[in-house]
Design a protein around this ligand. Structure first.
Ligand SMILES: C[S@@+](CC[C@H](N)C(=O)[O-])C[C@H]1O[C@@H](n2cnc3c(N)ncnc32)[C@H](O)[C@@H]1O
Length: 295
């Protein structure tokens, strides 16, 4: 990580060393480029990726963890009269539950396939206050909304300061970012052993975003939501199959099940495996917006 010139840094006391100013935007960019083996920084390749999993996204994301706590935290910051812009809305994991809490939601995404699935869900659930907007967050004109949310959707933003400025400019009251906080579930080392996976390199995405927001002058608050997902199954093997990679052989599943066994609990006749995940939430409140909670 590159350190910028140390002028203008703060000193907390006589013994304290000056805090170096870290180039968060540059470090974030380097990280995105290094993490790009499948080429998904290219919008077309990313769209193809989402096209290939759009119909299965809800099932996959549900199996990898919940977003219940994150939603609970976001709901606390919303008002029933708010208009909300959900940037990178996907199939509406946040759009749909939040639509029930605000006046209206605009769901922006540049994957037509993710928006197609969202449109089907809107119709099936009879939701009437969600509008879809097809386009990329970095180039589509963003209509002003009271609250702008970007949840798990900044992974292509090489020029993060520019995007964050854009998002903040379209937020009349609040900008909320949800991004990764590193956490390795206990079964991951077992998987690394069996399938020779590389150790997961924990990338504290939300800390980089927090750093960039600080450096471009957006005052922020940061929170971490602890999400829990309980996988339940009648047999240890079926539980192991659920957590294993799709290509796993029967023999590998058996081995994985044996290693997983000490980490399982019983709920009635079921075996249960608890997986915890952490989500970082960053909130920027516009200075001139009236905050009824702080009055
Ligand atoms: C990981 S999914 C998250 C979806 C949803 N926010 C959630 O948490 O379930 C990322 C979504 O962001 C969208 N996305 C990625 N980059 C985008 C961009 N530059 N502009 C608009 N949407 C984008 C993708 O198409 C995808 O639907």
């Amino acid at each position: 990580m590159k350190l910028l010139a140390e002028e203008g840094t703060q000193c907390a006391g006589a013994d304290a060393r000056p805090l170096p100013s870290i180039d968060f935007a540059g470090a974030w960019r380097e990280r995105l480029i290094a993490d790009n083996p499948k080429g998904r920084l290219d919008p077309e390749i990313d769209r193809q990726f989402w096209a290939s999993i759009a119909d299965d996204y809800d099932r996959q994301i549900e199996a990898s963890g919940s977003c219940k706590r994150t939603l609970e935290m976001i709901v606390r910051w919303l008002r029933p009269t708010d208009t909300l812009l959900d940037v990178g809305a996907g199939t509406g994991r946040f759009t749909l539950p939040l639509a029930a809490r605000v006046a209206s939601v605009t769901a922006l995404d540049d994957s037509p396939d993710m928006l197609r699935v969202l449109a089907q869900k809107i119709k099936a659930q009879g939701v009437s206050n969600v509008k879809l907007l097809y386009g990329a967050m970095e180039s589509t004109p963003l209509p002003p909304h009271d609250v702008v949310l970007a949840a798990w959707s900044l992974y292509r933003q090489l020029d993060l300061p520019a995007t964050l400025r854009r998002l903040a400019a379209s937020a009349r009251r609040l900008l909320i970012i949800v991004a990764g906080h590193p956490y390795t579930p206990p079964h991951r080392p077992l998987m690394e052993k069996i399938w020779a996976l590389p150790p997961k390199d924990a990338f504290p995405a939300y800390l980089y975003i927090l750093g960039v927001m600080h450096q471009i002058g957006l005052c922020t608050e940061a929170f971490v939501a602890r999400e829990m997902h309980c996988h339940r199954a009648k047999t240890i093997e079926s539980l192991a199959r659920r957590l294993a990679p799709a290509h796993a052989s029967q023999e590998e599943i058996r081995c994985f099940a044996a290693l997983l066994r000490p980490q399982l609990q019983r709920i009635g006749k079921d075996y249960a495996y608890v997986q915890v995940g952490l989500a970082g939430l960053i909130v920027h409140r516009r200075e001139d917006a009236i905050d009824l909670d702080l009055e």
